[in-house]
Ligand binder design. Structure first.
Ligand code: 1PR
Length: 571
């Protein structure tokens, strides 16, 4: 069968890509055998995970040679993220593993001394081949696209890859890298079009409809052509196009969070607690009423995507009671959400080794894999991260390779592993009252006038406190391979008093991976405060969005007015 083929080696979420292609009205066939590659009329290669494991999979499955032949045959090819990187000669991520060598150059690690790494979030892509060429590829001036990677191809003007291949560059902090390449029928993006909202869907559309491909002859002709400036239009062909100077246009992310659980009637609902208590005040003996019901998970996720959320997080807040693999409703929520939501999806709750009722052990890696295949881009680990950090310190500050963080990061990449932290503030009179913990000055004095506090890690949705502080946790998790911290606060959750800025600042300073501030947003100004005062990469809210008290649009407009870069709401 000919047509559009997808080269998937099973390393992550390709469901969103398949859904986006289908949404555009095309059928897509998975490559099952090396011979399928040469049957394709158009081939998409969405690389996920580490460079070394991607290349090793290509070689062991017998895909590498037919892939090179396919590319040489000049049939339309689109590589995404690691799918683009594998076309280069090699990567510092896996120095001993050669790349396909189609494009000269090497993939290198971002410098994390000046910015958070991975580069995770929305950024622009500036064309250096000319606006017309970028437009042919569905790329739009000033639109932002979703990136998630720690390694990139530095843009080096004058280098062969830059001259012949680079279509766009992107600046992250002080570094400029190649964010897309195009030559003949090869088109690759470092960003994820399938996760870049409608802007990204347009990029896929251009490739699928054939606009992107112009053929090598036309390409060479254009590259050697004298300056052609079409009067009255922006149409300028390379090489006369003078690119604008690069600029860091990385945006802060606004994340909508959906705490999900079954209510007493057994329906899966989005709920929301105050300080983690999700029940209404009731008339029962315990004073507790029903689980608060704020809507249906798939519908709310879609609403937030349409309203401009940059990312959506589902937290299965009672998963510690069940085996998540038996939790088919949550998997179904992801599958259905990924049909209509084209921004990154994170799923948390129950990511750990689990034993199902018939005694069968499912390692955390298998649990996570099931979620990735169902449409998740990242998994968020809560309780299990606390246990892993405790073990890390018991072993003298190292992992043993068996934790969920390590196994999932190894297989799917650090960027796919988020740590959800549920800290509780413990007030003390002086740092010497908690000598084994990281004590800071409290923002407000405690109930008995205490001036200091430390933040205790909890497990099982805040039900149990552990002898570990948040700083110890995040440092251990970063060392074990986590790619991002989702920093909640049990004290601020649902209170609408603003984020715990002291806590967030303290964590932001301790680590170099991105931090999502969470808990307590009650007004658009709270987002401005947390971005300006702590420098976090993202801010999350739940209650104010569910109850429509503060629209996402207002949050973004307020940020813009305060010179905080945010992604424009897609149309
Ligand atoms: O321990 O790996 O099974 O993960 C359980 C996950 O469920 C953790 O991520 C934990 O944070 C979450 N969780 C467990 N119980 C609750 C609860 O509320 N009873 N939700 C819970 C935590 C906190 C935030 C919330 C923000 C923003 N929810 O995610 O959405 O505080 O709220 P706001 O903007 O309304 O203030 P595991």
């Amino acid at each position: 069968m000919s047509g559009i083929y997808l080269l998937d080696y099973g390393a992550g979420n390709v469901r969103s890509l398949v859904n986006a292609v289908k949404k555009l009205g095309y059928d897509i066939t998975f490559v099952k055998d090396p011979s399928d590659i040469l049957k394709a009329d158009k081939l998409i290669f969405p690389g996920v995970g580490a460079f070394g494991s991607a290349m090793t999979s290509l070689v062991t499955k017998g895909y590498a040679e037919p892939l090179k032949q396919y590319i040489a045959s000049n049939k339309p090819f689109m590589g995404i993220c690691v799918g683009m990187q594998t076309l280069f000669e090699g990567s510092d991520e896996s120095p001993s593993v050669p790349g396909l060598g189609v494009i000269p150059g090497r993939v290198q690690l971002f410098d994390s001394t000046t910015k958070a790494v991975p580069h995770m979030g929305w950024n622009t892509a500036r064309t250096i081949q000319g606006l017309e060429r970028a437009q042919n590829c569905g790329l739009e001036y000033k639109r932002t696209y979703y990136f998630v990677h720690s390694f990139a191809i530095p843009f080096n003007e004058g280098s062969p890859e830059a001259k012949e291949w680079a279509l766009t560059t992107t600046q992250y902090g002080d570094q400029v890298f190649i964010s897309s390449v195009r030559r003949g029928n090869v088109f690759c993006t470092q960003f994820h079009p399938e996760k870049s909202g409608f802007a990204g869907v347009n990029v896929l559309k251009a490739f699928l409809s054939g606009e992107t491909a112009i053929g090598v002859e036309a390409d060479v002709a254009a590259l050697t052509a004298p300056q052609i400036l079409v009067p009255g239009s922006l149409s300028i062909l390379a090489p006369s196009y003078v690119p604008e100077p690069s600029k860091d246009e990385f945006t802060k992310r606004i994340v909508a969070c959906l705490d999900v659980r079954a209510n007493d009637q057994g329906d899966l609902v989005v709920t929301k607690g105050d300080q983690y208590d999700v029940r209404e005040q009731g008339s029962s003996e315990s004073g507790k009423g029903d689980v608060r019901n704020l809507g249906k998970p798939v519908e709310l996720a879609r609403r937030y995507f349409e309203e401009g959320a940059d990312e959506i997080t589902f937290l299965n807040i009672t998963s510690f009671r069940n085996c998540p693999l038996m939790d088919t409703p949550m998997l179904e929520v992801l599958r259905r959400a990924s049909e209509t939501v084209f921004v990154p999806l994170t799923i948390g709750g129950g990511i750990k080794d689990v034993v199902d009722p018939d005694g069968k052990l499912h390692p955390a890696l298998e649990v996570a894999g099931e979620y990735f295949r169902s449409g998740a881009d990242k998994v968020s680990i809560g309780s299990d991260a606390v246990y892993a950090a405790e073990k890390f310190y018991a072993l003298g500050g190292r992992g043993d390779g068996t934790s969920a963080i390590e196994t999932i990061a190894h297989a799917y990449g650090s960027q796919a592993v988020v740590i959800s932290v549920d800290p509780k503030k413990i007030y003390v009179n002086s740092p010497s009252d908690a000598p084994t913990h990281h004590v800071i000055e409290a923002q407000q004095p405690g109930p008995n006038g205490e001036k200091y506090c430390w933040y205790q890690c909890t497990v099982s949705g805040g039900r149990e406190g552990r002898d570990l502080d948040v700083r110890q946790l995040v440092v251990a998790c970063q060392t074990l391979g986590a790619g991002e911290i989702l920093l909640n606060s049990m004290d601020q959750d649902g209170m609408k008093q603003g984020y715990d800025l002291k806590l967030i600042q303290d964590v932001r300073e301790a680590i170099r991976i991105p931090v999502i501030a969470s808990s307590g947003a009650g007004a658009a100004q709270h987002f401005v405060d947390v971005f300006q005062k702590t420098g976090v990469e993202a801010a999350l809210a739940a209650g104010i969005f569910h109850r429509r008290e503060v629209p996402l649009e207002e949050v973004k407009e307020t940020c813009k007015k305060n010179n905080i870069r945010v992604r424009n709401i897609d149309a």
